[in-house]
Design a binder for this molecule. Sequence first.
Ligand code: ARG
Length: 464
Amino acid sequence: MTKNKNNRAIWGTRIKKKTSTLFQKVGSSINVDKRLYNEDIIGSIAHVEMLFKQKIISFKIKNKILYGLNKIKNEISNNKFEFNKKYEDIHMNIEKRLFQIIGEEAGFVHTGRSRNDQVITDFKIWIKSANKEINILLDKIIKNTLKLAEKNIYTIMPGFTHLKNAQAISFAHYLMAYIEMFDRDKNRFKNNLNSLNENPLGVAALTGTSFNIDRIYTTKKLGFKKPTNNSVDTVSDRDFVLDFLYSVSVCAMHLSRISEELIIWNSDAFNLISLSDKVVTGSSIMPQKKNPDLLEYLRGKTGTTYGYLFSMLTILKGLPLSYYKDLQEDKEIIFKSNDTLINCLEIFNEILKNFYPNKKKMLQLANLGYITSTDLADYLVINHSMSFRKAYQKTADIVNLAEKKKKNLNELTIDELKKIEPKLTKDVLKVFDLTNSINSKKSYGGTSFDNIKKMITKYKIKYD
Ligand code: ARG
């Protein structure tokens, strides 16, 4: 043990032997949680101001501590701070440096608080700003998707179920489906903000404190809505971490689904979209290749975000109340999850500007697979007063006939159609037109061009 008191761990009086090198290596989290330095200083400033207001520390001490904290903040942001693994984490590193700067009076900063409430306070403040950054990126993605949708209102493609042609839709309607998902993602992150908006500071180690602290004051100072209710729960609770990790996973899953679709559509078999050279990679052996690696990257990273969520769920399962070192894992998990999503959102935003629908191919494919069959069945119900089930069967007979004659539905003659349903007149032929088909889906939320235009306007107002 070194003689220099200032160089010792805070608990050096009680724990006499030097921490084993191995334990020091694994026990230290400074490389991960130094990312919380700004939040830690914000939390300490609010705490110290409250201690002064409550007459727990003097004006002079408060000012000295505030001076020290601000100096530390500058040092860290200018890369002039020496982080020391020996002091475990960001909280102890800052406290230790405070002693070096202002001397013994630094000892007052930790009055009535513990690292247990300190770390959650820092973490919640950090998540709030991470949330904002994700929101900004989601806004950008929504705006760029809207732009693409606006250009493609009349781009006709097959809508799929089971990856088989189902009914004709507008490509814009398809894109707008993803806007719904991204909009829900935004709400999910917003809801998290509401539920994490309770101030943990002041619950101390697990019981609260005997100092006459004012938690309402720090709540206001730190921008929380109310103080947490129960000190034991506060120290143990990481639900807000799970909420964030879940929201990241769902958002990544949406990116993964659209990536998967674009990969399929970009395949030579489908050829419904083209990717610009900016977002493809070549093969080391096959000279002709342009591979959609970036989209595959997004799909892969989604699996990784699920891993972070499951890590945290597993850590919490069976963990008794209140604080245990296990909980320290939460920072690394959330930082990685956040960074992965930010990266994926940025990449996806690039993809949005770098792919093009092959409109001709989309239309060609939409004309295959007897895609207007449901329109024909609907027509029979409306114009020949049949029950839907009866009309469904008549239409199936017509599809069988077309298949036998190796024709598309729109290639059948009126005489051929009449053989199956004598009541039919030439008027029926209009149902095989894809534009008519799309335009007839006027029910709220359907793919009619009018509906799409209204939805685009609605979202443009919301995201302007
Ligand atoms: N670095 C610790 C963490 O993130 C801070 C809390 C430490 N508390 C304790 N009782 N050891 O979990």
